[in-house]
Design a protein around this ligand. Structure first.
Ligand SMILES: [Mg+2]
Length: 277
């Protein structure tokens, strides 16, 4: 596959030289296009960073091996304790209705556990899982995993005036809990925009179009970070800049050459160096 020209050329490529593609030792410089900076001289944050969570800021295994099993385990006690609260009942009744009508809470819990096993993205399941996790975070049963390099970079970018957004398949409330109860403490103040699949699927270009519209900035001023090339493909189609996170912890086999689909590739956040906006 032919290497596509990055939406944001590196300073090297601006000078006409060929940028080193996918060399993890070369920091990726993130900066607005010269024309964009002229037009937006009065704006503070020129560059928006939009990041995925699972496999990007955080390990895939935390979600798979900690978060989902916790929800599965804690669900029966949670439903027993809170099943009469309207906000919980509403979702339980929805699951019951989809199961053909009246059924016991035990059956509803079993259905939900089956959905967790199938990794089904169901609104009722997501809502209830979110409540179970909220209780778990509140009791400090666990903290959300964040790679230290991601924490360091997000803090640095935020301090430098870059706007940081999150786009994840987990619900927005779950994302806020995740960032709010991370290994490194409450990181939610660093994030100014949260998006989940309400804006559409992560492999659909239209979703990124909606995000850019919501952010109110040109697509070319948003840099999307993800570990999934198909998501990056969709973001690039919508005009966003893209960086592939290819972490050894999550992907023991490096994705090189054609496997990157032409996206810039890094192994940690330290290799992405935004300039001061
Ligand atoms: Mg991911």
């Amino acid at each position: 596959m032919e290497q596509r020209k990055p939406v944001f050329p590196s300073p090297t490529s601006i000078r006409g030289a060929t940028p080193p593609i996918n060399d993890p030792s070369v920091p990726i410089r993130v900066h607005p296009r010269p024309s964009a900076s002229k037009n937006k001289a009065n704006q503070q944050a020129m560059k928006h960073i939009l990041t995925d969570i699972e496999g990007t800021t955080s390990s895939i295994s935390f979600v798979k091996d900690v978060l989902f099993p916790y929800a599965r385990r804690a669900l029966p006690a949670f439903v027993a304790a809170h099943g009469d609260e309207p906000e919980v009942r509403r979702w339980l009744d929805q699951v019951a209705a989809e199961n053909g009508g009246v059924c016991s809470d035990d059956m509803i819990v079993e259905t939900l556990q089956g959905w967790i096993d199938q990794d089904r993205k169901h609104t009722a399941l997501k809502a209830l899982q979110g409540m179970v996790w909220q209780a778990g975070y509140g009791r400090a049963d666990f903290t959300a995993h964040m790679y230290p390099d991601a924490v360091e970079a997000l803090r640095r970018w935020h301090a430098a005036g870059h706007a940081i957004g999150v786009y994840s398949s987990g619900s927005v409330p779950a994302q806020k809990l995740f960032f709010g109860h991370s290994d490194a403490g409450d990181l939610s103040p660093l994030v100014s925009a949260w998006f989940d699949t309400e804006v559409g699927g992560k492999r659909e270009a239209a979703s990124y179009g909606r995000i850019v519209e919501a952010l109110g900035v040109p697509a070319g001023e948003v840099l999307f970070l993800s570990d999934v090339v198909e998501e990056l493909d969709a973001a690039r189609e919508a005009g966003l800049g893209t960086v592939l996170l290819d972490r050894r912890e999550d992907y023991p086999q490096p994705r090189l050459g054609k496997a990157t689909h032409g996206h810039r590739r890094v192994e940690h956040f330290g290799q992405i160096e935004p300039e001061a906006p």
